[in-house]
Design a protein around this ligand. Structure first.
Ligand code: FES
Length: 66
């Protein structure tokens, strides 16, 4: 039987944009509900209309991450 390398999730802080998480992980929302996920895009500008997810509002507000 061939062994698979352990897969690790990757967290990418996009310049002037969201945090993108890819890989296999469990997402737990603020209400405690959980779901298996492989990609999620989280807002870090604070202006999204669908928190905690990015809705591209960072472009409209000119979010600068540094
Ligand atoms: S980072 Fe995209 S809406 Fe906030």
């Amino acid at each position: 039987m061939k062994m698979h390398k352990e897969e690790k999730a990757k967290v990418l802080a996009k310049a002037n944009g969201p945090i993108i998480i890819t890989g296999k992980f469990v997402f737990e929302d603020e209400d405690g509900s959980t779901q298996d996920a492989e990609r999620i895009v989280l807002c870090r500008c604070g202006e999204s209309g669908k928190m905690p997810f990015c809705d591209a509002s960072h472009n409209r507000v000119g979010f600068i991450s540094r």
